[in-house]
Design a binder for this molecule. Structure first.
Ligand code: GUN
Ligand code: FE
Length: 375
C-alpha cells in the first residue's frame, strides 16, 4: 500500500455524545497519520490544485463507511480460552472455579505468548484499535501481551494483575514481591519506548488486595504517571464481602479512595451499584467507568444504569470484559449497551434508554477519554 492514501466516501464520527456527524467527504493518511479530513467539495478543489497527485485514491463502496476504531476499555486477554464457557456461577465462585485456575497457567511464558498474539489479532479484526488489558499475576507472561500489541500496532494499556489475598488456586503474591514486580513491569514497558503501548497498574479488586498493596500500587502509578485500573461494585455479594472485610469504610469507593486509587488516570470496570454520592466522587476525581454489559448479564451481576452515570458527569467507555463477557467485539457491546438500557426502561425508567448515537460515542470517543494519556 502507498504511504499516501486518500479515502472518498461516507465518514462517521462523534463530536460529542449528542452529536454524531456522518457526511460524504475525504480522509487522507500519510505514513499512517491522518493528515486531512473534509467535505467532497474541498476534496475536488484540492485535487484540482494537484494536492493528491501522489496519493493512492480509494473510493468506498456505497455500503461502506469509515469511522474511528473501537476502544475496549476493559478486557482480560488471558481469559480468552474460556470465552463463552463456565458462565453458570456468579462472580466470586466463577473466579475461584474457572478464572484463577486458567490464569495460573500463564506462568508458562510460551503459552502466554501464543494466546496473547491471537487475542490482539482478534480484537483488531473486530475493529478494536485501542484496548485496555488485564494480563495475569505473571510479569514475564504479561510482557508478552505488550509485545504482541507492539507487533500488531494496536494502541494498548497493558496491566500485570496484582493480588495478595489467598485463594484456593494459590494465585497471589506476597505484598513486597508484588510491588517490586509491578514496578519492574512498568519500567520494562516504558523502556520499550513504544508510543502506542503503555503500562497500567492493575490491582484486581478489593477482594484480592489489602490496603497496603493498594496504597503501594497507587504510589507506583503516581510515580510513573500511568493509568490504574480495577473492578468496582459489579456484584452484590462482592460488595458485601468488601464492606465486611474493610470495616470502618462506608462504601466500596472509599476503600479505593483511601488507598489513593481514585484519580483521573483511573478506569473502574462495572460500577453497577454505585450510589449517587459515589458517582459524584467519580465525577469530581475524573475516574472513568468501563461499562461491561455482556459480562454484567452473563454473570448475572446486574443492569448498570449508564444514564445515571452520564447524568452525574462520569466519563464512560465500553468494555467486553472477556470472559465474564462472551464476545470480543465492541460492536456487540454497543448493541448490549442499548439492550440493557432498554431493559431498565422496561422497569419504568424511561430516561435510561441509550440511543445508537450515544452508544456509538461510548464505543469510540467516550472510551478514548477514559484511556487518554493526558495527566
Ligand atoms: N472482578 C475481579 N476479577 C474479575 C474478573 O476477572 N472478571 C470480572 N468480570 N470481574 C472481576
Ligand atoms: Fe473484568
Amino acid at each position: 500500500m502507498s504511504d499516501k492514501i486518500v479515502f472518498i466516501g461516507v465518514l462517521a464520527s462523534s463530536n460529542s455524545i449528542q452529536d454524531l456527524k456522518a457526511f460524504r467527504g475525504y480522509l487522507c493518511i500519510e505514513n499512517g497519520v491522518i493528515t486531512g479530513v473534509g467535505a467532497n467539495e474541498t476534496f475536488e478543489d484540492l485535487k484540482g490544485k494537484g494536492k493528491f497527485d501522489d496519493f493512492q485514491i480509494q473510493y468506498l463502496e456505497p455500503n461502506q463507511f469509515l469511522m474511528p476504531g473501537f476502544v475496549d476499555c476493559h478486557t482480560h486477554a488471558p481469559q480468552f480460552p474460556n470465552i463463552g464457557l463456565g458462565l453458570d456461577r456468579p462472580l466470586l465462585e466463577w473466579l475461584d472455579k474457572y478464572t484463577f485456575p486458567l490464569e495460573s497457567r500463564y506462568k508458562d511464558v510460551e503459552f502466554a505468548a501464543k494466546v496473547y498474539d491471537r487475542v490482539v489479532q482478534r480484537l483488531l479484526q473486530n475493529g478494536t484499535t485501542t484496548a485496555c488489558y488485564f494480563g495475569t499475576l505473571h510479569k514475564e507472561g504479561s510482557l508478552e501481551l505488550a509485545k504482541s500489541a507492539i507487533k500488531h500496532k494496536q494502541r494498548a494499556l497493558v496491566g500485570k494483575v496484582s493480588m495478595n489475598i489467598k485463594n484456593d488456586a494459590g494465585y497471589y503474591n506476597a505484598t513486597r514481591k508484588e510491588l517490586n514486580e509491578t514496578e519492574e513491569f512498568v519500567q520494562c514497558i516504558l523502556h520499550y519506548k513504544n508510543e502506542l503501548v503503555q503500562p497500567v497498574v492493575t490491582p484486581r479488586f478489593a477482594v484480592s488486595c489489602d490496603t497496603e498493596l493498594m496504597s503501594g500500587l497507587s504510589q507506583i502509578a503516581r510515580k510513573y504517571d500511568c493509568h490504574i485500573q480495577s473492578h468496582i461494585s459489579e456484584n452484590r455479594k462482592e460488595i458485601e464481602h468488601v464492606l465486611k472485610y474493610f470495616s470502618g469504610y462506608q462504601t466500596y469507593s472509599e476503600v479505593y479512595d483511601r488507598s489513593g486509587i481514585l484519580t483521573k488516570k483511573c478506569i473502574m470496570a462495572h460500577a453497577v451499584y454505585l450510589s449517587e454520592k459515589e458517582m459524584e466522587v467519580f465525577a469530581r476525581k475524573g475516574v472513568s467507568v468501563a461499562h461491561c454489559p455482556a459480562s454484567n448479564t452473563r454473570l448475572r451481576s446486574g443492569l448498570c444504569p449508564v444514564r445515571k452515570l452520564l447524568n452525574n458527569n462520569v466519563v464512560v467507555g465500553l468494555g467486553t470484559d472477556v470472559s465474564g463477557g462472551d464476545s470480543a467485539s465492541i460492536l456487540d457491546a454497543v448493541r448490549r449497551t442499548m439492550d440493557v438500557s432498554t431493559h431498565l426502561e422496561f422497569q419504568g425508567n424511561p430516561e435510561h434508554a441509550i440511543n445508537w448515537r450515544e452508544a456509538f460515542y461510548l464505543a469510540t470517543l467516550g472510551g478514548s477519554h477514559s484511556v487518554e494519556s493526558g495527566s
